[in-house]
Write a protein that binds this ligand. Structure first.
Ligand SMILES: N[C@@H](CCC(=O)N[C@@H](CS)C(=O)NCC(=O)O)C(=O)O
Length: 211
């Protein structure tokens, strides 16, 4: 039996998307509260008491509070029967954790710089030379992912929370209309299509307008 879990965060946030995807896949009964971006909330003392970073998402499960989207995905899988998305086998789990860490340390910082310089910057103010430089840096991370997917359907073999985290960033990189110098990565593209075709959560939570 699932119980009501509260998730703070606007649906357009890539990190909130991860948590909505996992909650839906595990059929959890959640209440989502808009926070962050145009909704504010994140700088209020009440929210800062839950999450001192003033970022989204934040999860409240009874009196248990957790922030950091990858930690939240892992918690939900461990607590609510998500073994298929986060298998117990130590090597498989380590592999998934490695890609989750890589997404935080390497992919997301590079991808986010591109996102801020384009989607979050009015077109007339965009610095094309700077964007080309940022695209080159992000592309070197996407190339690593592409190489990994050369001979695999999913990053850790079977579909897992690592694919959830990575596909959300790959989607916004792929759909960004301002990236004239973005290289094509065939394995990433095939994997993204596989994720889209096989997971309604991708179509429901991820493929929404970028903002
Ligand atoms: N490492 C954190 C990053 C959280 C984060 O930076 N969230 C962004 C949205 S994707 C945020 O809160 N931005 C400020 C806002 O939405 O007001 C996580 O994975 O949860």
């Amino acid at each position: 039996m699932s119980r009501k879990i509260k998730i703070w965060g606007r649906v357009t946030s890539s990190n909130v998307k991860k948590v909505l995807w996992v909650s839906h896949a595990l059929k959890l009964d959640i209440e989502r509260v808009d926070a962050g971006g145009k909704f504010g909330v994140v700088n209020t003392p009440a929210y800062r008491a839950l999450n001192p970073n003033g970022r989204v998402p934040t999860l409240e499960d009874g009196d248990f509070v957790l922030w950091e989207s990858n930690a939240i995905m892992r918690y939900l899988c461990e607590r609510y029967g998500g073994e298929a998305l986060y298998p117990l086998d130590p090597k498989t789990r380590a592999d998934i954790n490695r890609w989750l860490d890589w997404s935080l340390s390497t992919l997301s910082p590079a991808d986010t710089k591109v996102f801020l310089a384009t989607i979050r910057t009015p077109e007339e103010k965009q610095d094309k030379a700077e964007i080309a430089k940022l695209v080159e840096q992000a592309a070197s991370a996407y190339e690593i992912l592409d190489h990994r997917l050369k001979d695999r359907e999913y990053v850790a073999g079977k579909f897992s929370i690592a694919d959830i985290a990575l596909s959300i960033f790959a989607d916004r990189w792929t759909r960004n209309p301002f990236l004239a110098t973005r290289p094509d990565f065939a394995h990433n593209a095939a994997w993204l299509s596989r994720v889209r075709d096989n997971h309604e959560e991708f179509r429901k939570f991820v493929e929404i307008p970028l903002e």
